[in-house]
Design a protein around this ligand. Sequence first.
Ligand code: ZN
Ligand code: ZN
Length: 388
Amino acid sequence: MPVKNRFAELHAEITGWRRDLHENPEILFETHRTSALVAEKLKEFGCDEIVTGLGRTGVVGVIKGRQTGSGRVVGLRADMDALPIHEATGLDYASKTPGAMHACGHDGHTAMLLGAAKYLAETRNFDGTVVVIFQPAEEGGGGGREMCEDGMMERFGIQEVYGMHNWPGQPVGSFAIRPGAFFAATDQFVIDVTGRGGHGAKPHQTVDPVVISAQIVTALQSISSRNADPADPIVVSVTAIESSSKAFNVIPARVQLKGTVRTMSKENRKLGEERLKALATATAEGFGGTAEVTWLPGYPSMVNSEAQTAFAADVAEAVSGACDRAADITMGGEDFAYMLEERPGAYILVGNGPSADVHNPEYNFNDEAIPAGCSWWAEIAERRMPLA
Ligand SMILES: [Zn+2]
Ligand SMILES: [Zn+2]
Protein backbone atom coordinates (compact mmCIF):
# COMPACT_ATOMS: atom_id res chain seq x y z
CA MET A 1 0.00 0.00 0.00
CA PRO A 2 1.48 3.38 -1.03
CA VAL A 3 1.01 6.69 0.77
CA LYS A 4 -2.57 7.63 1.50
CA ASN A 5 -4.19 9.60 -1.32
CA ARG A 6 -5.68 12.07 1.14
CA PHE A 7 -2.17 13.27 2.00
CA ALA A 8 -1.43 13.98 -1.64
CA GLU A 9 -4.47 16.30 -1.53
CA LEU A 10 -3.37 17.84 1.78
CA HIS A 11 0.33 18.10 0.82
CA ALA A 12 0.20 21.80 -0.18
CA GLU A 13 -1.76 22.79 2.93
CA ILE A 14 0.59 20.91 5.28
CA THR A 15 3.59 22.42 3.47
CA GLY A 16 2.07 25.84 4.12
CA TRP A 17 1.85 25.13 7.87
CA ARG A 18 5.43 23.83 7.86
CA ARG A 19 6.81 26.93 6.19
CA ASP A 20 4.86 29.21 8.52
CA LEU A 21 6.37 27.34 11.49
CA HIS A 22 9.79 27.57 9.87
CA GLU A 23 9.47 31.34 9.55
CA ASN A 24 8.51 31.65 13.22
CA PRO A 25 10.87 29.43 15.25
CA GLU A 26 10.66 29.33 19.05
CA ILE A 27 13.25 27.85 21.39
CA LEU A 28 12.89 25.37 24.30
CA PHE A 29 9.75 26.02 26.37
CA GLU A 30 9.08 29.37 24.63
CA THR A 31 6.88 27.76 21.95
CA HIS A 32 3.96 30.08 22.72
CA ARG A 33 2.96 30.98 19.17
CA THR A 34 3.56 27.42 17.95
CA SER A 35 1.53 25.85 20.76
CA ALA A 36 -1.35 28.30 20.22
CA LEU A 37 -1.32 27.52 16.49
CA VAL A 38 -1.32 23.77 17.14
CA ALA A 39 -4.20 24.04 19.63
CA GLU A 40 -6.19 26.20 17.19
CA LYS A 41 -5.71 23.71 14.35
CA LEU A 42 -6.68 20.75 16.55
CA LYS A 43 -9.88 22.62 17.47
CA GLU A 44 -10.58 23.37 13.81
CA PHE A 45 -10.12 19.64 12.98
CA GLY A 46 -12.76 18.74 15.57
CA CYS A 47 -10.63 16.91 18.13
CA ASP A 48 -12.69 15.62 21.05
CA GLU A 49 -10.48 17.17 23.69
CA ILE A 50 -7.57 19.62 23.59
CA VAL A 51 -5.35 20.23 26.59
CA THR A 52 -2.68 22.94 26.68
CA GLY A 53 -0.06 23.73 29.31
CA LEU A 54 1.20 20.18 29.86
CA GLY A 55 4.99 20.32 30.30
CA ARG A 56 4.57 24.13 30.40
CA THR A 57 3.84 24.71 26.69
CA GLY A 58 2.97 21.20 25.46
CA VAL A 59 -0.33 20.49 23.69
CA VAL A 60 -2.36 17.27 23.59
CA GLY A 61 -5.31 16.46 21.33
CA VAL A 62 -7.67 13.50 21.73
CA ILE A 63 -9.37 11.90 18.71
CA LYS A 64 -11.89 9.14 19.35
CA GLY A 65 -12.41 6.52 16.69
CA ARG A 66 -15.70 5.56 15.04
CA GLN A 67 -15.64 2.77 17.61
CA THR A 68 -13.92 2.85 21.00
CA GLY A 69 -14.92 -0.59 22.34
CA SER A 70 -11.39 -1.94 22.03
CA GLY A 71 -10.35 0.39 24.86
CA ARG A 72 -7.05 0.96 23.08
CA VAL A 73 -5.23 4.28 23.28
CA VAL A 74 -2.24 5.11 21.06
CA GLY A 75 -0.06 8.20 21.53
CA LEU A 76 1.63 9.90 18.54
CA ARG A 77 4.28 12.45 19.43
CA ALA A 78 5.98 15.37 17.62
CA ASP A 79 8.40 18.01 18.92
CA MET A 80 7.85 21.74 18.28
CA ASP A 81 11.00 23.61 19.36
CA ALA A 82 13.73 25.29 17.30
CA LEU A 83 17.45 25.85 17.95
CA PRO A 84 19.56 28.91 18.90
CA ILE A 85 21.21 28.98 15.45
CA HIS A 86 21.29 31.87 12.98
CA GLU A 87 19.74 30.62 9.75
CA ALA A 88 21.85 30.70 6.57
CA THR A 89 19.56 28.99 4.05
CA GLY A 90 18.50 32.13 2.18
CA LEU A 91 14.99 30.63 1.80
CA ASP A 92 12.13 33.03 1.15
CA TYR A 93 10.46 31.59 4.27
CA ALA A 94 13.65 31.69 6.37
CA SER A 95 13.45 32.49 10.10
CA LYS A 96 12.22 35.99 10.90
CA THR A 97 13.84 35.71 14.34
CA PRO A 98 17.59 36.38 14.36
CA GLY A 99 19.46 33.67 16.26
CA ALA A 100 16.61 31.15 16.17
CA MET A 101 16.05 28.51 13.52
CA HIS A 102 14.20 25.27 12.85
CA ALA A 103 17.51 23.50 12.15
CA CYS A 104 16.34 20.05 13.34
CA GLY A 105 13.14 19.85 11.31
CA HIS A 106 10.75 19.98 14.24
CA ASP A 107 8.69 22.34 12.05
CA GLY A 108 8.22 19.37 9.72
CA HIS A 109 7.44 16.98 12.58
CA THR A 110 4.76 19.31 13.96
CA ALA A 111 3.23 19.91 10.52
CA MET A 112 3.17 16.18 9.70
CA LEU A 113 1.46 15.25 12.97
CA LEU A 114 -1.06 18.07 12.44
CA GLY A 115 -1.72 16.64 8.97
CA ALA A 116 -2.26 13.17 10.42
CA ALA A 117 -4.55 14.63 13.12
CA LYS A 118 -6.65 16.37 10.46
CA TYR A 119 -7.03 13.13 8.51
CA LEU A 120 -7.74 10.99 11.59
CA ALA A 121 -10.33 13.47 12.89
CA GLU A 122 -12.18 13.54 9.54
CA THR A 123 -12.10 9.76 8.90
CA ARG A 124 -11.96 8.12 12.38
CA ASN A 125 -11.42 4.69 10.81
CA PHE A 126 -10.23 3.03 13.99
CA ASP A 127 -11.55 1.35 17.12
CA GLY A 128 -9.98 3.20 20.03
CA THR A 129 -8.48 6.59 20.80
CA VAL A 130 -5.58 8.51 19.28
CA VAL A 131 -3.73 11.00 21.49
CA VAL A 132 -1.59 13.46 19.51
CA ILE A 133 1.23 14.86 21.63
CA PHE A 134 3.09 18.09 20.75
CA GLN A 135 6.02 18.67 23.06
CA PRO A 136 8.28 21.70 23.61
CA ALA A 137 11.96 21.72 24.56
CA GLU A 138 13.27 18.54 22.92
CA GLU A 139 16.62 20.25 22.31
CA GLY A 140 18.09 19.84 25.79
CA GLY A 141 15.19 21.13 27.89
CA GLY A 142 13.44 17.86 28.68
CA GLY A 143 9.97 18.95 27.53
CA GLY A 144 8.99 15.30 27.05
CA ARG A 145 10.06 14.48 30.60
CA GLU A 146 7.99 17.40 31.93
CA MET A 147 4.89 16.26 30.04
CA CYS A 148 5.33 12.79 31.58
CA GLU A 149 5.86 14.33 35.04
CA ASP A 150 2.59 16.23 34.55
CA GLY A 151 0.89 12.83 34.39
CA MET A 152 0.15 12.76 30.66
CA MET A 153 0.30 8.97 30.23
CA GLU A 154 -2.14 8.28 33.08
CA ARG A 155 -4.46 11.21 32.36
CA PHE A 156 -5.12 10.13 28.77
CA GLY A 157 -4.71 6.39 29.38
CA ILE A 158 -1.97 6.14 26.76
CA GLN A 159 -0.87 2.52 26.25
CA GLU A 160 1.75 2.88 23.50
CA VAL A 161 3.69 5.80 22.03
CA TYR A 162 5.23 6.42 18.62
CA GLY A 163 7.68 9.11 17.50
CA MET A 164 9.43 10.13 14.27
CA HIS A 165 12.46 12.18 13.22
CA ASN A 166 13.55 13.27 9.77
CA TRP A 167 17.00 12.01 8.77
CA PRO A 168 19.32 13.82 6.33
CA GLY A 169 21.24 11.52 3.98
CA GLN A 170 18.49 8.86 3.98
CA PRO A 171 16.41 8.67 0.77
CA VAL A 172 13.43 11.00 1.05
CA GLY A 173 10.31 9.29 2.34
CA SER A 174 12.08 6.01 3.18
CA PHE A 175 12.18 4.75 6.78
CA ALA A 176 14.78 3.34 9.17
CA ILE A 177 14.37 1.88 12.64
CA ARG A 178 15.90 -0.67 15.02
CA PRO A 179 14.70 -2.48 18.14
CA GLY A 180 16.43 -1.84 21.47
CA ALA A 181 18.71 1.08 22.30
CA PHE A 182 18.64 3.50 19.35
CA PHE A 183 19.75 6.94 20.64
CA ALA A 184 22.29 7.55 23.41
CA ALA A 185 22.09 8.76 26.99
CA THR A 186 23.52 12.29 27.00
CA ASP A 187 25.16 13.03 30.36
CA GLN A 188 27.41 16.03 30.92
CA PHE A 189 30.20 16.77 33.36
CA VAL A 190 32.19 19.65 34.80
CA ILE A 191 35.60 19.01 36.36
CA ASP A 192 37.00 21.84 38.50
CA VAL A 193 40.73 21.31 38.92
CA THR A 194 42.41 23.34 41.64
CA GLY A 195 46.17 23.73 42.14
CA ARG A 196 48.29 26.62 43.34
CA GLY A 197 48.95 29.48 40.93
CA GLY A 198 52.13 31.47 40.51
CA HIS A 199 54.74 32.90 38.17
CA GLY A 200 55.13 31.16 34.84
CA ALA A 201 58.90 31.12 35.37
CA LYS A 202 58.71 29.53 38.83
CA PRO A 203 56.73 26.29 38.31
CA HIS A 204 58.40 24.62 41.31
CA GLN A 205 56.50 27.03 43.58
CA THR A 206 53.12 26.09 42.05
CA VAL A 207 50.81 23.12 41.65
CA ASP A 208 49.98 23.51 37.98
CA PRO A 209 46.30 22.71 37.20
CA VAL A 210 47.03 22.95 33.45
CA VAL A 211 49.38 19.96 33.62
CA ILE A 212 46.90 18.11 35.86
CA SER A 213 44.06 18.84 33.40
CA ALA A 214 46.11 17.57 30.48
CA GLN A 215 46.71 14.31 32.37
CA ILE A 216 43.00 14.03 33.17
CA VAL A 217 41.98 14.57 29.52
CA THR A 218 44.39 11.83 28.48
CA ALA A 219 43.37 9.47 31.30
CA LEU A 220 39.67 9.79 30.35
CA GLN A 221 40.44 8.24 26.95
CA SER A 222 41.04 4.95 28.75
CA ILE A 223 37.35 4.64 29.73
CA SER A 224 36.26 3.67 26.22
CA SER A 225 39.52 1.93 25.25
CA ARG A 226 40.26 -0.05 28.45
CA ASN A 227 37.15 -0.17 30.70
CA ALA A 228 34.07 -0.53 28.52
CA ASP A 229 33.05 -3.64 26.60
CA PRO A 230 34.26 -2.92 23.03
CA ALA A 231 30.92 -4.17 21.68
CA ASP A 232 28.97 -1.60 23.73
CA PRO A 233 29.75 1.96 22.60
CA ILE A 234 30.65 4.82 24.91
CA VAL A 235 31.86 8.30 23.94
CA VAL A 236 33.76 10.50 26.41
CA SER A 237 34.47 13.96 24.96
CA VAL A 238 36.11 16.86 26.78
CA THR A 239 34.74 19.83 24.87
CA ALA A 240 35.88 22.88 26.87
CA ILE A 241 39.05 23.79 28.82
CA GLU A 242 39.04 27.11 30.62
CA SER A 243 41.91 28.46 32.70
CA SER A 244 41.60 31.14 35.37
CA SER A 245 44.65 32.83 33.80
CA LYS A 246 44.62 34.63 30.45
CA ALA A 247 48.29 35.60 30.65
CA PHE A 248 51.39 34.11 28.98
CA ASN A 249 53.39 34.20 32.20
CA VAL A 250 50.94 33.21 34.94
CA ILE A 251 50.30 29.63 36.04
CA PRO A 252 46.60 29.62 36.98
CA ALA A 253 45.14 28.39 40.25
CA ARG A 254 42.14 26.77 38.56
CA VAL A 255 41.17 25.06 35.32
CA GLN A 256 37.67 23.95 34.43
CA LEU A 257 36.97 21.08 32.02
CA LYS A 258 33.55 20.40 30.51
CA GLY A 259 32.28 17.63 28.31
CA THR A 260 29.78 14.92 27.53
CA VAL A 261 29.50 11.16 28.02
CA ARG A 262 27.27 9.24 25.56
CA THR A 263 26.20 5.67 26.28
CA MET A 264 23.66 3.15 24.99
CA SER A 265 23.46 0.76 27.98
CA LYS A 266 22.71 1.34 31.66
CA GLU A 267 25.94 -0.54 32.52
CA ASN A 268 28.10 1.83 30.51
CA ARG A 269 26.23 4.86 31.82
CA LYS A 270 27.14 3.85 35.37
CA LEU A 271 30.67 2.83 34.38
CA GLY A 272 31.29 6.15 32.60
CA GLU A 273 30.27 8.19 35.63
CA GLU A 274 32.26 6.06 38.09
CA ARG A 275 35.46 5.90 36.04
CA LEU A 276 35.36 9.61 35.14
CA LYS A 277 35.04 10.62 38.80
CA ALA A 278 37.76 8.20 39.93
CA LEU A 279 40.24 9.18 37.21
CA ALA A 280 39.74 12.92 37.67
CA THR A 281 40.03 12.97 41.45
CA ALA A 282 42.87 10.45 41.73
CA THR A 283 44.89 12.06 38.92
CA ALA A 284 44.59 15.49 40.52
CA GLU A 285 45.57 14.09 43.92
CA GLY A 286 48.58 12.34 42.44
CA PHE A 287 49.88 15.70 41.24
CA GLY A 288 49.14 17.46 44.52
CA GLY A 289 45.97 19.24 43.46
CA THR A 290 42.26 18.49 43.72
CA ALA A 291 39.48 17.85 41.23
CA GLU A 292 35.80 18.25 41.92
CA VAL A 293 33.45 16.51 39.50
CA THR A 294 29.90 17.73 38.91
CA TRP A 295 27.83 15.12 37.07
CA LEU A 296 24.85 16.51 35.13
CA PRO A 297 22.51 13.67 34.12
CA GLY A 298 20.98 14.18 30.66
CA TYR A 299 18.40 12.20 28.69
CA PRO A 300 18.47 8.42 29.20
CA SER A 301 19.17 6.28 26.16
CA MET A 302 16.12 5.84 23.94
CA VAL A 303 15.08 2.21 23.76
CA ASN A 304 12.60 0.94 21.15
CA SER A 305 10.30 -1.90 22.30
CA GLU A 306 10.61 -5.11 20.24
CA ALA A 307 6.96 -5.72 19.29
CA GLN A 308 6.10 -2.07 18.59
CA THR A 309 9.26 -1.67 16.49
CA ALA A 310 8.37 -4.67 14.31
CA PHE A 311 4.85 -3.25 13.90
CA ALA A 312 6.16 0.26 13.10
CA ALA A 313 8.54 -1.21 10.50
CA ASP A 314 5.70 -3.20 8.87
CA VAL A 315 3.65 -0.01 8.61
CA ALA A 316 6.63 1.92 7.20
CA GLU A 317 7.27 -0.76 4.60
CA ALA A 318 3.62 -0.73 3.57
CA VAL A 319 3.60 3.06 3.29
CA SER A 320 6.85 3.65 1.42
CA GLY A 321 8.09 0.26 0.29
CA ALA A 322 11.42 0.97 2.00
CA CYS A 323 12.25 0.40 5.64
CA ASP A 324 15.70 -0.44 6.99
CA ARG A 325 14.98 -2.56 10.08
CA ALA A 326 18.57 -2.51 11.31
CA ALA A 327 19.36 1.21 11.27
CA ASP A 328 22.67 2.34 12.77
CA ILE A 329 22.55 3.51 16.36
CA THR A 330 23.22 7.21 16.91
CA MET A 331 25.19 8.68 19.81
CA GLY A 332 22.93 11.74 19.70
CA GLY A 333 20.19 12.09 22.33
CA GLU A 334 16.40 12.19 22.09
CA ASP A 335 13.93 13.37 24.71
CA PHE A 336 11.32 10.83 23.49
CA ALA A 337 13.38 8.43 25.66
CA TYR A 338 11.31 9.49 28.69
CA MET A 339 8.03 8.56 27.00
CA LEU A 340 9.51 5.18 26.00
CA GLU A 341 10.54 4.64 29.64
CA GLU A 342 6.89 5.03 30.66
CA ARG A 343 5.19 3.13 27.83
CA PRO A 344 6.17 0.62 25.13
CA GLY A 345 6.55 2.15 21.70
CA ALA A 346 8.88 2.92 18.82
CA TYR A 347 10.77 5.79 17.23
CA ILE A 348 11.42 5.83 13.50
CA LEU A 349 13.52 7.90 11.08
CA VAL A 350 12.02 9.25 7.84
CA GLY A 351 14.44 10.18 5.06
CA ASN A 352 15.10 13.87 4.41
CA GLY A 353 17.11 13.25 1.23
CA PRO A 354 20.59 14.71 0.57
CA SER A 355 20.12 17.81 2.75
CA ALA A 356 22.57 19.57 5.07
CA ASP A 357 22.74 17.81 8.43
CA VAL A 358 20.48 18.72 11.33
CA HIS A 359 21.79 21.50 13.62
CA ASN A 360 23.53 23.08 10.58
CA PRO A 361 22.57 26.68 9.59
CA GLU A 362 22.08 25.45 5.98
CA TYR A 363 19.65 22.68 6.93
CA ASN A 364 16.02 22.59 5.81
CA PHE A 365 13.24 20.04 6.33
CA ASN A 366 12.27 18.35 3.04
CA ASP A 367 8.56 18.89 2.35
CA GLU A 368 8.62 15.91 -0.03
CA ALA A 369 8.74 13.67 3.08
CA ILE A 370 5.31 14.89 4.23
CA PRO A 371 3.05 12.32 2.49
CA ALA A 372 5.13 9.38 3.76
CA GLY A 373 5.41 10.79 7.30
CA CYS A 374 1.70 11.60 7.58
CA SER A 375 0.71 8.23 6.10
CA TRP A 376 2.89 6.41 8.65
CA TRP A 377 1.18 8.22 11.54
CA ALA A 378 -2.29 7.54 10.18
CA GLU A 379 -1.57 3.88 9.43
CA ILE A 380 -0.09 3.35 12.88
CA ALA A 381 -3.45 4.39 14.36
CA GLU A 382 -5.65 2.52 11.89
CA ARG A 383 -3.68 -0.74 11.93
CA ARG A 384 -3.05 -0.80 15.66
CA MET A 385 -6.74 -0.26 16.39
CA PRO A 386 -8.59 -1.81 13.39
CA LEU A 387 -12.36 -1.39 13.14
CA ALA A 388 -14.29 -4.55 14.00
ZN1 ZN B 1 18.08 18.36 17.22
ZN1 ZN C 1 15.43 16.93 16.45
